[in-house]
Ligand binder design. Structure first.
Ligand SMILES: Cc1ncc(COP(=O)(O)O)c(C=O)c1O
Length: 387
């Protein structure tokens, strides 16, 4: 029996998501743009899914653009705003230094092509981006500010309402985007309460399938399309919609919305147990962002002097799937850019162990994992193979 503690990398699809996908694949395989009966059956699924995502984000269905992933939603947010608005509102873009690569690399590409001028804002030592730091980086030509809702390596929650209010108060023409990919499983994604103009989601982080995500817009926000073609998604993202993946996404989100609070309460207790048990035996353990509000799924640790790939291998052998941070940089020994931005020394920034719980995680899972982490760290400390 394996213990899966890598829910920030991906979640297992829920039975409701799988059932919705199977139904869409077998019964509703038409092209939703066709006017005949098969097409209209698919269109009904697509419309229902759009309604579900609109309800989840507190907006109107017309503001939901389905994409193939959270990465694509982030690309569309940044490139789409710069493409549509840079000539009238400015080409300066602000992103935080702790964003996922989906945002950071897009900002870098925009900067390299000359389409945008990009400034990075840094978090404090708890991993929190202060609204004042964003305001300081703003210029009269700032067209977009993009700050993630929850960090994928530390689980630290950003105060998005405070950031968007501050930005909009300083310059009403500046758009605010939040990458909510790691927040949506645990926190409300109501666009009005968050005060953002654009918000990205990914299905496979929310017990839905891979192959679906969305960018949600505030009413009246326009983006230039990344993908041109048949004009689907109101001309904002061409390509025949992936109905089975979108159906699974919507079913997962509906189930999540109903259960999120009770799932979070249970995870909070289990996360505390895991952290306390590890800390009791290894008191020198550092928990990045410990003083900041964090989502209840994320238990991240740094064990000074321990390289995370050796630790992860030992845990894997013990039947435990954890991660060294973002899945996209798994397998590399690069220091975490998140911990580096928080001011961690390089050696510690190479040592992140991220255990991310899901709603099916049990008390036994965390007891077993805490014991395995302690064993592995002690074994590595006494092993010459750990430089
Ligand atoms: C914060 C954040 N944004 C974006 C992404 C990319 O999402 P996707 O895997 O759907 O492309 C991830 C994935 O790890 C993430 O953690």
């Amino acid at each position: 029996m394996r213990i899966y503690l890598d829910h920030a990398a991906t979640t297992p699809p829920s039975p409701a998501a799988v059932a919705a996908m199977q139904h869409a694949l077998e019964e509703c395989w038409g092209n939703p743009s066709s006017i005949h009966a098969e097409g209209q059956q698919a269109r009904t699924i697509l419309d229902g899914a759009r309604d579900a995502l609109a309800a989840f984000t507190g907006t109107a269905a017309r503001n939901v653009i389905f994409t193939a992933s959270g990465t694509e939603a982030d690309n569309l947010a940044l490139t789409g705003i710069v493409g549509r608005w840079s000539s009238s509102r400015g080409k300066h873009v602000i992103v935080s230094a702790i964003e996922h690569e989906a945002v950071l690399s897009t900002a870098e590409a925009l900067s390299e092509s000359g389409a945008a001028e990009v400034s990075l804002v840094y978090p404090d030592s708890n991993g929190v981006i202060q609204p004042e730091a964003v305001l300081e980086a703003m210029r009269p030509d700032t067209v977009l500010v993009s700050i993630m809702y929850v960090n994928n390596e530390t689980g630290v929650i950003q105060d998005i309402p405070a950031i968007s209010n501050a930005v909009h108060a300083k310059r009403a023409e500046t758009f605010v985007h939040t990458d909510a990919v790691q927040g949506a499983g645990y926190l409300s994604c109501d666009m009005n309460a968050l005060g953002v103009d654009l918000l990205s989601l990914s299905s496979h982080k929310l017990y839905g399938p891979k192959g679906a995500g969305c960018l949600v817009l505030r009413d009246g926000t326009f983006v230039a399309p990344l993908i041109h073609g048949g004009g689907q998604e109101r001309n904002r993202r061409s390509g025949t919609e992936a109905i089975p993946a979108i159906a699974g996404f919507a079913a997962a989100v509906a189930e999540l919305a109903e259960n999120r609070n009770s799932w979070c309460d249970a995870m909070e207790r289990l996360r505390a147990k895991l952290s306390d048990d590890v800390r009791k035996k290894l008191p020198e353990t550092i928990i990045p962002g410990e003083q900041a509000p964090r989502v209840p799924s994320c238990a991240s640790f740094v064990f000074p002097g321990i390289r995370n790939e050796l630790l992860l291998t030992r845990l894997d052998t013990a039947g435990i799937s954890a991660s060294g941070g973002s899945a996209c940089s798994a397998g590399t020994t690069l220091p975490s850019h998140v911990l580096t931005a928080m001011g961690f020394p390089e050696d510690d920034a190479r040592g992140l162990l991220r255990c991310t719980l899901g709603h099916t995680t049990t008390q036994d899972d965390v007891l077993h994992t805490a014991a395995a982490i302690v064993d592995a760290v002690c074994a590595l400390r006494s092993s010459p193979a750990n430089p």
